[in-house]
Design a protein around this ligand. Structure first.
Ligand code: ATP
Ligand code: MG
Length: 565
């Protein structure tokens, strides 16, 4: 029996409980879910939550999950989005197999069902304009009023609906509405619109149609056609559920899906709305839908976020019915967790300062053995060339070190990672007094990074050989919105864009193994953060995006919460 093949979920939630109970009681033989994006933009991290939920449930309970494009509004929909959405779901690690569907595949069937509703006296053609319909709808406190066209005969409705389809009327001239109850307390039941006229080319059906079903009319019926058992959506659809059920019960649909709602994901410093994301793109605030600052799946991928990090985050936040805002730091924590385990360590200098080791033989090169990942011995080691002239991070030196600054300073000894201890003997400055070079000496007995006498410098620095270093560009990223709650309390969304959300560094120098690093492989620049090659890289000149810094403020907050009162 199917329930025996159903494995318990790794972590329960109220939707998984419902699915498990339905399988247990035999109300569903198998679970069939769907992810139903509208192809009017790229997917964002909120969609990722819905994807992990729908595909995750199907996987855990041995069912299946469909990818269905809700392509009912051709005014805003494009093939580019259809392609991008499929690539993003795949990249996230999910597979719909043969079950790729489009609501537009059902247009003929939906039309036939609309005709049945008219025949049953449950739908009518309304000549009111959109404004008049809104005006007749009433408010939360005031009932609506019937349209003067509400009592047309079935014959007249059939004739007009047919002529709507034939293209006789201009956009907005007429709509098809359900005949429900204009005084219903739930506004969604006040004769909702089922069909609109739109003389617009559709990405898939071309000019075959000039009337298009609304979400409300298309969605539940598409679920029924596909045999969806659990139609999972976000809370804003809760008030649509009575209409969903009414349509399913009014029509001879082939199966009986049920809708369940969960709270959408909200993140601090982030806006999850395709409408706003589209504006960011169109107004040139970002490099495109896949800009590394965008909360889109493609933006996160370009930034170097591993799919596993997004899936872990979804599992970590879980699913509930209560609206909340998740700290973006929690997302970063999940991503760091994966990267800390998996990202190879590399040496890169963002703001280079020259170091000359005066007593190191000129022309000599030593291959230093450097661990690829101290967290993972199986990641092995690599050879990094060491020479007399090196670059270190400018920030790792202070001419006059403040208290607690343990890195390099005049007269001080530090360790160069996996190489030698060096001591700063002289500081070379230019005419303006800026430090341009450090003259150091080294201790040959410390090769590999340990002293036979057991002395331990307080700081270990990363470095690259000047003769071997490769130039690179590095792009540092910060929140796109400085405000943790962008647009809250009527604040202007676009007035709040963080001017420092992107900083481009051009004179960076990286170890040669980073040239030609594959796109999609995120590395740790030791002591600096996680970085990932950008598609703007060329074979000669790599460009890196900073995925995240190393600092995990979320972990600190958690630790404080746990140890605090
Ligand atoms: P947006 O509000 O960003 O424009 P949308 O809801 O219009 O998104 P759809 O393409 O209709 O986008 O969404 C597809 C599915 O993803 C829906 O089932 C929707 O409920 C879900 N979804 C959208 N945003 C979120 C979110 N922030 N958290 C969880 N699920 C979401
Ligand atoms: Mg939507």
């Amino acid at each position: 029996m199917s329930m025996q093949t159903a494995r318990p979920p790794e972590r329960g939630d109220f939707i998984r409980d419902i699915v498990a109970a339905d399988l247990q009681a035999g109300r569903s033989k198998t679970v069939v879910t769907r992810f139903p994006p509208e192809p009017n933009g790229y997917l964002h991290i909120g969609h990722a939550k819905a994807i992990c939920l729908n595909f995750g449930i199907a996987r855990e309970f041995g069912g299946r999950c469909h990818l269905r494009f809700d392509d009912t509004n051709p005014i805003k929909e494009e093939q580019e989005y259809i392609d991008a959405i499929q690539a993003d779901v795949r990249w996230l690690g999910f597979d719909w197999g043969e079950h790729l569907y489009f609501a537009s595949d059902y247009f003929e069937q939906l039309y036939a069902w609309a005709v049945e509703l008219i025949r049953a006296g449950k739908a009518y053609v309304d000549d009111l304009s959109a404004d008049e319909i809104r005006e007749h709808r009433g408010t939360l406190t005031a009932p609506g009023r019937n349209s003067p066209w509400r009592d047309r005969s079935v014959e007249e409705n059939l004739d007009l609906f047919e002529r709507m389809r034939q293209g006789e009327f201009p956009n907005g001239a007429r709509v098809l509405r359900a005949r429900l109850d204009m005084t219903a307390p739930n506004i969604n039941l006040r004769d909702p619109v089922l069909y609109r006229i739109a003389h617009v080319e559709h990405p898939r059906t071309g000019d075959a149609w000039c009337i298009y079903p609304t979400y409300d009319f298309a969605h539940g019926q598409s679920d029924a056609i596909e045999g969806i058992t659990h139609s999972i959506c976000t809370l804003e659809f809760e008030v649509h559920r009575p209409l969903y059920d009414w349509l399913i019960e009014s029509l001879p649909v082939p199966s009986r899906p049920r809708q369940y709602e969960f709270a959408r994901l909200n993140l601090t410093h982030t806006v999850l709305s395709k409408r706003v994301l589209l504006r960011l793109v169109n107004e040139g605030h970002v490099r495109g839908w896949d800009d590394p600052r965008m909360p889109t799946i493609s933006g996160m991928r370009r930034r170097g976020v591993p799919a596993e990090g997004i899936r872990d985050f979804a599992a970590m936040i879980g699913v509930s019915k209560a609206d909340s805002v998740v700290e973006v730091g929690q997302f970063e924590h999940a991503v760091r967790d994966v990267l800390n385990r998996t990202a190879p360590r590399r040496f890169a200098i963002l703001d280079p300062l020259k170091v000359v080791i005066e007593d190191y033989p000129e022309g000599q090169t030593e291959e230093m053995e450097v661990a690829n990942n101290p967290e993972d011995p199986s990641a092995g080691t690599r050879k990094v060339a060491f020479t007399r002239e090196l670059w270190i991070e400018r920030d790792d030196f202070r001419d006059e070190p403040p208290p607690k600054f343990f890195r390099l300073a005049p007269g001080r000894e530090v360790r160069l990672r996996s190489a030698y201890f060096v001591t700063c003997r002289e500081v070379v400055k230019d005419a303006s007094g800026a430090v341009i070079e450090l003259r150091c000496t080294y201790d040959p007995a410390t090769r590999g990074g340990d002293a036979p006498d057991g002395r331990r410098p307080k700081a270990t620095l990363h470095w690259v050989s000047a003769a071997h270093a490769a130039p690179a560009e590095v792009r540092l990223y910060d929140h796109l919105f400085a405000d943790p709650y962008p647009g809250a309390d009527g604040r202007d969304l676009f007035g709040n864009l963080n001017p420092a959300s992107e900083t481009v560094l051009r004179g960076c120098l990286v170890e040669p193994s980073l040239v030609g690093a594959p796109i999609g492989e995120t590395v740790q620049f030791e002591r600096l953060g996680y970085f990932s090659p950008d598609p703007d890289s060329t074979p000669q000149y790599p460009v890196f995006n900073r995925t995240l810094t190393l600092k995990d403020t979320w972990a600190k907050v958690q630790a404080q919460a746990n140890t605090g009162s």
